[in-house]
Design a protein around this ligand. Structure first.
Ligand code: BTN
Length: 266
């Protein structure tokens, strides 16, 4: 399978030699952390055909059935303070819109901050995890984990997410193979990595264009507290600027943001 992915990748791709394939693994992010702790270099890419413990944001699981999606993690070592990487998930989301469009012809939207969506259905998600060196204060490694649904039919998703999830094959009407998508994702991540620190403003402008949350009525859930508002903008680091029902404007950087009319929020 690794050879197959390599055959789709440009011979110039700098991450070809640090690509690892796993038929089955618990989570590529968990494995990437182990490899990073053991010194794996910048640009180490892990791809699995199947995850038994795929992880999402906020402690959720990510459904990762065999052969039906791309489950990929990459290790970056940008050697910068963590504050310089606040936009990492946003930059990855824009790169994944490019990759998905290249592989399937469909350009997804981004539901802030890390969901790839098409017509209100979730196609995939991103989980970024950072480790900071306690002595230097610099990022030791960043793990970017991405899961994208390729060829599932609705019955392949767990019943509890069947009304929220979709695959690229379902929304494009074409067969999108995990191998071609994986290659497009790696190429897009290499391009993103080249501009990540130098072109933050441009990246956030691109994110704004793909972000479907802006202008929407939303529900923010943080620490068990529910607040209603409207998403009005994104700040320079990718924080969501919200005008709350009481008129206050505040920036949300974490927690769950639901859009009215999506994923069961009516
Ligand atoms: C989310 O939807 O909240 C994020 C999902 C991220 C899933 C990917 S699949 C590859 C990598 N390994 C994991 O365990 N998670 C990420």
């Amino acid at each position: 399978m690794k050879e197959h992915i390599l055959s789709w990748l440009s011979t110039e791709c700098p991450w070809r030699d640090t690509l690892y394939w796993y038929d089955t693994i618990d989570s590529t992010n968990t494995k990437a952390k182990e490899l990073a702790k053991d010194g794996a270099p910048h640009g180490t890419v892990l791809i699995a055909g199947h995850q038994t413990g795929g992880r999402g944001r906020l402690g959720r699981s990510f459904s990762s059935p065999a052969g039906m999606g791309v489950y990929l993690s990459v290790i970056l070592r940008p050697n910068c303070p963590p504050e310089d990487l606040m936009h990492l998930t946003c930059a990855t989301a824009v790169a994944m819109c490019e990759a998905v469009e290249k592989a399937s012809g469909i350009r997804p939207g981004i539901k802030w901050t890390n969901d790839l969506v098409f017509r209100k259905k979730k196609l995939g998600g991103i989980l970024t995890e950072l480790s900071v060196n306690q002595i230097t204060g610099l990022v030791d490694y960043a793990i970017i984990g991405i899961g994208i649904n390729c060829c599932q039919t609705i019955g392949d998703f767990p019943p509890e997410i069947q009304d929220m999830a979709a695959s690229l094959s379902m929304v494009s009407g074409k067969l999108v193979t995990p191998t071609s998508l994986a290659a497009a994702m790696i190429e897009a991540l290499v391009d993103m990595d080249r501009i990540l620190l130098a072109e933050k403003e441009n990246i956030m402008d691109l994110y704004r264009k793909d972000c479907i949350t802006l202008g929407q009525e939303i529900l923010v859930v943080r620490g068990g507290e529910f607040s209603y508002g409207t998403a009005v903008d994104l700040d320079a680091d990718g924080g969501l600027v919200v005008r709350f029902a009481d008129g206050c404007v505040r920036t949300v950087t974490s927690g769950e943001v639901s859009i009215r009319g999506m994923y069961g929020y009516i």
